[in-house]
Design a protein around this ligand. Sequence first.
Ligand SMILES: Nc1ncnc2c1ncn2[C@@H]1O[C@H](COP(=O)(O)OP(=O)(O)OP(=O)(O)O)[C@@H](O)[C@H]1O
Length: 296
Amino acid sequence: MPPNRDGATNTACNFDVWLRHGRVAFDDIEIFHDLDLHLPAQSTSCLLGPSGVGKSTLLRYLAGLVDGDVSGDITCSDGTNLAGRVAYMAQQDLLLPWRTVLENVVVGAVLRGEKPDHDRACHLLEQVGLLDAAHLRPAALSGGMRQRAALARTLMEDRPVVLMDEPFSALDPLNRLKLQDLAARMLAGKSVLLVTHDPLEALRIGHYIHVLRGAPARLTQTSVPNGDIPRDVANSEVMRHQGELLRLLGAGEETGMTQQAPGHSHTQGHNTTRATSTNTSTSASTTASFAGGDNA
Ligand SMILES: Nc1ncnc2c1ncn2[C@@H]1O[C@H](COP(=O)(O)OP(=O)(O)OP(=O)(O)O)[C@@H](O)[C@H]1O
């Protein structure tokens, strides 16, 4: 396992992930069907879309967390199943209130009956600026500190694919920028799919941006600005793309921005696949299941 730029053990993602013909329905209502998504290796893909369109459902589907009426093929270009190679970071930080920050970071190993690697956990806490808070319980942390603890817990699982559901949505703008920078640095080398409501966040840290719209929902891939991530918010190209993304998200319908977004370039279904294995029952290292299964 190669070290990342911060020296933490970091399993890179050396395979592409393809979803083909994805379908989820609840109570006979299709959230999406025939949905294709490509997550290229070692890249961050951001997923935007209106509230209730199915972003979290798509993320949870990829993580193997949606029960019931689901179908589709999830394949990886290395021929191995995605199951067991995914870390999932939910909207809420889901820190266990009765455990310290350090205990929360190692909770995955504890729940699996493994010996926790406290040295690695402390190293990650140092990287996210929380080493001095390792002994504190979540109630003593600010919102930004809690999100950093949740990020450290996600990184502790060291899976090549990371699914993040609005991880920074509860933060003030400055802390959000800081956490975006931190996440971009610490997740380098992994494949990330990040749900956000914030076009600027997607434009800062996304190598790829997808917009989910409609009912049943369809995916549109949009263009992104040039440059390394995290991109500068003041960059004029970022600002231009922000306007285009807002229009694509429907801002024009409420604000009079009626011009057609010129930036979107690919719609779903144009992907070709190099995948060699099929798996529709992926499992995830999920913070949700940590919380649900821990009574200690
Ligand atoms: N377990 C479930 N059972 C029934 N309906 C569900 C379930 N999970 C999600 N839904 C419905 O699926 C739709 C999509 O929900 P989802 O949470 O994926 O949307 P979203 O785009 O992530 O929304 P938001 O941006 O507000 O978080 C909603 O109508 C929601 O009520």
